[in-house]
Design a protein around this ligand. Structure first.
Ligand SMILES: [Zn+2]
Length: 343
C-alpha cells in the first residue's frame, strides 16, 4: 500500500510562522492502477446497469456557510467534488446518474427531494460532510451514513439500512476513518439526529435514500484532506465500491402473480425472485399497517400467498418485506387489493 504524506506548507501570521499538521491518506490500488480500476468496474457493472442513481451534493450557491476553521474545506465544494467523482465512476460502469446540482448553485432542500421523486431514479444518495454539535470542537471526526426512520417500525425500510451499511463500510474504509460511537456499525437512523423528523431530504424523498456525512470539515485533522480533490476521489470511490457490493448481494424482487376468491377468503399470490434464495424467517406481511401471520411461503415456486377475508367494497393495502440469504431486503413493496378481481 502506498502512503502519501503531505506536509502542510508554512503559513505566515503577523506573529510569525506556524506549520499545519501532518496528515495522510491512502489511495486505493484501483485508483493508482488504471487496469485494476477497469477490472473492478467491469466486474461490478452487470449488477448496477439497470439502476438509476440520483446524487445530491449537499448545500451550494447561497448556502456556503459550513466550513473548517482554516477555511480550507468549504462543505458545499467538498460535497460537489465527491458527487462529481462518484458520477464519473458510476458512468464508467454504464449507469445513468442524475444530480441535484453539478455546479455551485442554490438548490432548496425540498426541491432536492422533488427533483429526485420526479426523476425516475431508483436510489437517492445525499453527500455531506459533518460538524459537531458543540462549537469549538475541532477534534471530533468519524464517518457516518443515515437512513430515514420514524418511531413506528412500519415506516422503516430495512433495505435503506442495508444500503447504508454497505456504503458506510466502504466509505469509512477508503477514508481510514471509524464510524461514530453512537452506532455499532456507523449507520444511524436520521430520527436519532432530528427526533420526530429526520433529515428533510430523506423524509421528503420517496425513492430509497441515504445520506452520508463523510468526515468532519471542522476537524483539524480531516479538514485539509477534504480540501484535496485527490482525497475527494477516494471518498467517491469508497461510496462507489459500497454501492457495487450492495447490488452484487442481490435484491429480492416481489411482483403480483394471482388473486383468487371463494365465499370465505381471498388469496393473493406474489412471486418473489432473487439471485440467491429467500430467507423465510425474514418475511413479514402487513395488511393495512398491521402485521399478519396469515400467509404461506412456497420456497420451490418462490411464491408468497396472503390470505384475506372477503372484502365488501373495500380495499386493503398489503406490504411485504423479505430478505435474501445474503441478508439484503427487497425494495419497498406495497400493493392495493380490492374485492373485485380487476387485474
Ligand atoms: Zn451538510
Amino acid at each position: 500500500m502506498k502512503f502519501f504524506y503531505l506536509i502542510g506548507a508554512c503559513v505566515f501570521f503577523i506573529s510569525g510562522c506556524s506549520q499545519a499538521p501532518v496528515y495522510y491518506f491512502e489511495t486505493p490500488r484501483e485508483l493508482t492502477d488504471e487496469q485494476l480500476k477497469i477490472n473492478f468496474i467491469e466486474a461490478y457493472s452487470p449488477y448496477l446497469k439497470n439502476i438509476t442513481f440520483f446524487v445530491d451534493a449537499g448545500h451550494g450557491g447561497e448556502d456556503r456557510r459550513n466550513k473548517g476553521s482554516k477555511g480550507l474545506a468549504i462543505e458545499a465544494d467538498v460535497n460537489l467534488r465527491v458527487a462529481l467523482a462518484l458520477r464519473n465512476y458510476l458512468r464508467q460502469a454504464g449507469v445513468r446518474v442524475i444530480m441535484s446540482r453539478d455546479k455551485d448553485k442554490t438548490v432548496a432542500l425540498k426541491d432536492r427531494s422533488i427533483l429526485a421523486n420526479k426523476s425516475g431514479a431508483d436510489i437517492f444518495i445525499s453527500i455531506h460532510s459533518n460538524a459537531p454539535g458543540q462549537e469549538g470542537d475541532n477534534s471530533t471526526n468519524y464517518t457516518s451514513t443515515y437512513y430515514h426512520a420514524t418511531e413506528s417500525d412500519y415506516e422503516f425500510e430495512p433495505m435503506e439500512k442495508d444500503l447504508a451499511k454497505y456504503v458506510q463500510r466502504d466509505l469509512a474504509y477508503a477514508m481510514r476513518n471509524s464510524g461514530g460511537l453512537g452506532s455499532f456499525d456507523g449507520t444511524y437512523s436520521d430520527y436519532h439526529i432530528y427526533p420526530k423528523q429526520g433529515f428533510s431530504v430523506l423524509r421528503l424523498t420517496t425513492i430509497p435514500s441515504i445520506l452520508v456525512e463523510a468526515g468532519f470539515h471542522t476537524s483539524t485533522w480531516e479538514e485539509p484532506r477534504l480540501a484535496l480533490e485527490d482525497f475527494n476521489k477516494i471518498e467517491a470511490w469508497g461510496i462507489f465500491r459500497g454501492l457495487c457490493r450492495y447490488f452484487k448481494a442481490g435484491i429480492p424482487k416481489i411482483s403480483f402473480k394471482d388473486q383468487t376468491a371463494n365465499e370465505e377468503t381471498q388469496l393473493v399470490t406474489y412471486s418473489i425472485q432473487d439471485s440467491t434464495s429467500i430467507d423465510f424467517k425474514s418475511i413479514k406481511v402487513f395488511v393495512d399497517s398491521t402485521e399478519t401471520q396469515r400467509f404461506t411461503f412456497d420456497e420451490k415456486q418462490k411464491m408468497i400467498t396472503v390470505e384475506l377475508p372477503i372484502l365488501a367494497n373495500e380495499e386493503k393495502s398489503i406490504r411485504i418485506i423479505a430478505a435474501n440469504k445474503n441478508g439484503n431486503f427487497c425494495f419497498p413493496f406495497y400493493d392495493i387489493v380490492t374485492d373485485k378481481l380487476l387485474r
